[in-house]
Design a protein around this ligand. Sequence first.
Ligand code: PLP
Length: 389
Amino acid sequence: MQNLFDEITQRRGSGSVKWDATPEEVIPLWVADMDFPAAPPIRRAIEQRAAHGIYGYARVPDAYYEAIIRWFATRHDWHISRDHILYTTGVIPAVAAALRAVTLPGEKVLIQSPVYNCFYYSIRNAGCEVQDSPLVLGSDQRYTIDFADLEAKASDPRCTAMLLCNPHNPAGRVWSPNELTRIGDICHNHGVRVLSDEIHCELIMPGHVFTPFATLPMPWAQDAVVMNSPSKNFNIAGLQVANIIVPDPVVRRHIDCAINLHETCDLNPFGIDALIAAYNEGGEWLDALNLYLWQNFLALQDFVQRELPHLRLTPLEGTYLAWLDVRSLGIPTTAIEASLKEVERVWVNSGTLYGQDGFLRINLATQRTRLMEGLQRMAKGLERLQTTR
Ligand SMILES: Cc1ncc(COP(=O)(O)O)c(C=O)c1O
């Protein structure tokens, strides 16, 4: 299985955002998708559908719901009722629908920066304001929550929802049941609805366990709105399929209306078949993938210790997105990103995109040889920038 992930793939010219929006010769370690082919059962399902030759409007079959329910029950001990599931074309469309359903323009939505850039846009697109409770970076480079600050922000009467990123992109945290419970208690006490984006929920590194927010043994857990998708985990983001799990019937009706208002209520036949194949048959591939991603992280960690000992890396608990602290260089990371791309021909994201200057986000989901080449280029560029500063 390991060799499968080591095999160099060519994505240039395939219409990939990650590769085709990247200048020639640049190694793209930015956009969060993976350079690996999808699991064989998914590819077979897509090939079968393609071979049929007719691609009319698709009806979502029972097998779709059954696959979701079985997967989350067996992998995460989360027992989802079929009638709680709404589908839409992506997790960001799900976030947009949830925000429209549970907030009013002018209200505030809590986030924990640094966080996925689209959270900022989605909140503003809903006519709301971002209410940030920044994560706290410890001396061990691990992010934790300042619960006193979270409570102070949640207690603002204009704050009505919290957009939680579980696991967290780009902080790499897999929130513990204790942390999630404290978040839930605070939100419940202040009338703030939790919208939990769990798109990265299967990308979990050894020693960590993902807790779906809705499995917390508290009555308020059933008030939460949970959004997930096989897209990030199985590298099928282009197939545009996601689900929203909403136990509360009134909120569910409002979100369903919002999905319809946004015209994002129809799935494509490939997305449906890929989801069914992923959840029914993708477990073994996913386990092998996580092992490979973990080894990539260890390779990065080793590289930083050897080649960039003055920089510090955040431990990776989940996702395939590493977070490197380059504040000691004293150079704005937007300038670092542009310069590395231009001169050494490697593209990593500036932390400013996620709300924090001084950090670089590195996508580890590529073949190890390519990752190491990208890291060599990055180290060379950082050295150049430091000496010419
Ligand atoms: C936390 C988070 N939510 C949502 C998305 C995007 O979801 P989609 O492509 O399904 O809209 C991403 C992509 O990186 C993400 O990191």
